[in-house]
Design a binder for this molecule. Structure first.
Ligand code: A2R
Length: 298
């Protein structure tokens, strides 16, 4: 298959490209050098490559940044998505388009609420989530006009290389630093009662490979474990992997009221046979090892 990937240098995109190439696909891997907010450039690139499938992952992906720069989030995440959809309709109208959105489009629920399935109303609660919800709605409109669009709504995913702006990677980095004798013996945390749904990034890439398959029916798919984990359990999981016993310091800058974001991926499982294969403990272990190496390398 010929696959055109945006956001190919990112945390997920780099792994997706490696998997596609390993199975023999011809891949056009693009990132910042092809600014997705420039429709003409995206159109020319797609017309030149003539893909069978497009995986659109380019985004500004960190939610707090979207509060400080909402225009940028909207431009890249919504208008960038529009560029890709329009370019595909014009230059590769038969291509499967995988539009990677976010489970954040559902907003948040009280801890203990059942997981969101794809029929849950969209209640996005940040500029990031608004921009992803807008792109999702546009994807649905383009699909109604005949474009072969799959909208993915991934929940949290992590693994080695996840930036430490994200909570689980921040904990792992701090513990690796304590092991190396750095820091003040404390780990800074936000609200440990928040509940999130974590997958290993490699399981998410596996889901995207199935969703890129043109025999998978188009539509909308959550990509989620279905299991809510309090952030406290993520910290405990990492503490089980180290002899460090740090004090916990609540960082007011990271603190938010506790809420839950958990997805129901029954549809993805039933339609594609996908299931997560990597135990969360293994994901945390690889994440911590990654940070140990980073810290050792300075
Ligand atoms: O912001 P950078 O310099 O890290 O570059 C990101 C890139 N990107 C763009 N590419 C083309 N044109 C743009 N205007 C543009 N703005 C940003 O997209 C980065 O290399 C890539 C996205 O990768 P990450 O931020 O590492 O996201 P991740 O975790 O791989 O998530 C992939 C998708 C995104 O749509 C997320 O919103 C969703 O999964 O959860």
């Amino acid at each position: 298959m010929r696959v055109f990937v945006t956001g190919a240098a990112g945390f997920v995109g780099s792994r997706l490209v490696a998997r596609l190439r390993a199975r023999g696909d011809a891949v056009e891997a693009t990132d910042r050098e092809l600014d997705v907010t420039r429709p003409d450039a995206v159109g020319a690139a797609l017309a030149g490559f003539r893909p069978d499938a497009v995986a659109h992952l380019a985004a500004l992906s960190f939610v707090p940044d979207s509060w400080s720069a909402p225009e940028a989030a909207f431009r890249v995440n919504f208008l960038g998505g529009r560029s890709v959809l329009d370019a595909a309709a014009a230059a590769a109208p038969a291509a499967r388009v995988l539009l990677v959105g976010s489970g954040a489009v559902y907003g948040s629920a009280a801890p203990g609420t059942p997981p969101f399935d794809e029929s849950a109303p969209l209640r996005p609660a940040s500029p990031y989530a608004w921009s992803k919800a807008a792109a999702d709605r546009l994807g649905a409109l383009r699909a109604a006009r005949g474009l072969d669009v799959v909208r993915a709504r991934p929940f949290n995913h992590t693994g080695p290389g996840r930036p430490d702006a994200f909570v689980e990677s921040s904990f792992a980095r701090q513990l690796a630093e304590l092991e190396a004798g750095r820091g003040d013996g404390r780990v800074a945390v936000g609200n440990l009662d928040a509940v999130r749904d974590f997958l290993d990034v490699d399981d998410v890439v596996d889901a995207y490979l199935r969703l890129l398959d043109p025999t998978t029916p188009a539509g909308v798919y959550n990509v989620a474990s279905g299991r809510g984990r309090p952030i406290r359990a993520v910290l405990d999981g990492l503490l089980a992997l180290t002899s460090q016993r740090p004090a916990i310091r609540e960082d007011p800058a990271r603190w938010r009221p506790a809420d839950a974001g958990v997805g129901d991926a029954s549809r993805l499982r039933e339609v594609t046979g996908w299931q997560p294969r990597i135990a969360f403990e293994d994901t945390l272990s690889r994440l911590l090892d990654h940070w140990r190496k980073q810290v050792a390398a300075g």
